[in-house]
Design a protein around this ligand. Structure first.
Ligand code: UD1
Length: 429
């Protein structure tokens, strides 16, 4: 299995273009199931997760074509007809968000059999809210042997859906199913993450009638059919935030482009509070740190526009060498501190109790062998490796490949000493 090796100590100086958002792209790809016309997605990231979903969609009858189009990386998805309504465990297990094909399949063809995704390293992550939403829309749901059987032979019906807690995935799923339902659907306590507004824009370009995404109330007036469209995926706010933290950690000056700083205000505020230079630009942000040590600051994760849980691990890495003690509270997922013991292998001083980690900044980290435990945790180890003395090797980087496009190349272009070690440990640049 591949590993990443980082030799610490180099500052970062240069420009990093931000890719299209993974978390948006995979929901937009699922939207292709809703129409028999081609959906062209531009600004598409090329990631393991988009490949997994492409594989599943192909199995369901979608022709998936990746190419370099006039406006960069694009994927054209075309489902003239749904040839199968079956999403097997093996494909859904590899990427939980594959579960979101359930709603569009039922909406378009009246039935589906989709594997339950199972838990993951950052918690149980149930799908009860997804199923409640589909049931509210009139789907008959049965669970047998790890599979969800959903049926709505006469189509879905608009409904009032009130989520007891905010869920990004369930809100997206409800939206994807309701666009073809008969009548009006109102989603209350909807997630407000920017990926929801992106999904709304794409669906509306396809002829849907969705309003309110980005607020807690989304209204969807069902239409009989959707058409093809072209849609540009929004910039990846988590990738942008990750490189912002990397620049603050390593020092130097990094310009992030093809991005929207407004998507990570909560993080940028914390970086400023810690003492990093933050300068928004027309298409991104410049992050600077010249020599001085950062100060510890506290963070608490929250739904958007709060501090993103997907940036918590990276921020913890940053705090390991800051001056003072930082308290980091995780409120979205249980068990999302798996990176803490790995950071401690690099010399970090962290104690975890319940949903809170206390990070006491140390003067320096030391390179070591560490293991990636989930997508965002893996990149926090790379960030720590940027300043650790000597070499840090991160194993199990398939987690990293799920969500970060050309990471070694992007960091390397700014001067970081990062290389991929192929399988048996032999270096390949
Ligand atoms: C999405 C993102 C993930 C991000 C998370 C929170 C994708 C592919 N993933 O995940 O990167 O960390 O939002 O911003 O977009 N829950 C239930 N029942 C459900 C659904 C969720 O109890 O049916 C709980 C979860 O266990 C969790 C909380 O709700 O504690 C929030 O999860 P949710 O917003 O659904 O996250 P995802 O959509 O899975």
């Amino acid at each position: 299995m591949d590993r990443i090796a980082i030799t610490g100590g180099a500052q970062l100086n240069g420009t990093i273009p931000v890719s299209g958002a993974k978390n948006s792209a995979i929901k937009l790809m699922a939207a292709s199931l809703l129409t028999d016309e081609p959906l062209r997605l531009t600004n598409m990231p090329r990631l393991a997760d988009t490949r997994f979903l492409g594989k599943l969609l192909t199995r369901l009858g979608v022709q998936v074509t990746e190419s370099d189009g006039p406006d960069g990386q694009q994927t054209i998805l075309h489902a003239p007809e749904i040839t199968s309504g079956f999403a097997p465990y093996d494909l859904v297990r590899q990427m939980r968000a594959s579960f979101n094909v359930l709603g569009p399949l039922v909406a378009r063809s009246g039935q589906a059999k989709v594997s339950l995704p199972g838990g993951c390293t950052i918690g149980a992550r149930p799908v009860d809210l997804h199923l409640q939403a589909l049931e509210a829309l009139g789907a008959k749901i049965d669970l047998h042997e790890g599979y969800v059987y959903a049926q709505a032979p006469r189509g879905l019906k608009g409904a009032e859906i009130s989520f007891p807690i905010v869920s990004v995935g369930a809100t997206e799923h409800a939206m994807l199913a309701a666009v073809l339902a008969d009548g009006v659907t109102v989603i209350h306590n909807a997630a407000c993450e920017p990926e929801l507004a992106d999904l709304q824009d794409c669906l509306n370009a396809m002829g849907a009638k969705v309003e309110g995404a980005g607020t807690p109330t989304i209204t969807i007036t069902g239409v009989a059919r959707l058409q093809g469209a072209t849609h540009a995926v929004i910039p990846d706010r988590i990738e942008m935030g990750t490189y912002a933290v990397a620049a603050a950690m390593a020092g130097g000056e990094v310009r992030l482009t093809n991005a929207r700083p407004g998507l990570i205000d909560a993080l940028l505020d914390k970086l400023k509070e810690a003492g990093a230079g933050v300068e928004p630009t027309a298409d991104g942000v410049i992050i600077r740190r010249n020599g001085h040590r950062l100060e510890s600051v506290d963070v608490e994760t929250a739904p958007f526009p709060g501090f993103a849980t997907d940036l918590q691990a990276q921020f913890m890495a940053l705090m390991t060498t800051a001056n003072g003690e930082s308290r980091i509270r995780e409120t979205i997922f249980e068990n999302r501190f798996m990176h803490a013991p790995e950071l401690m292998r690099l010399g970090a001083d962290i104690s975890v109790a319940g949903g809170e980690a206390r990070v006491r900044g140390v003067e320096r980290l030391e390179g070591a062998e560490v293991m990636a435990t989930d997508l965002r945790a893996s990149v926090s180890l790379v960030i720590a490796g940027l300043v650790a003395r000597g070499e840090t090797t991160v194993s199990r980087i398939y987690h990293l490949d799920r969500g970060f496009e050309r990471l070694e190349e992007k960091l390397g272009a700014c001067g970081a000493q990062v290389r991929r070690l192929k399988g048996d440990g032999e270096a390949e640049l």
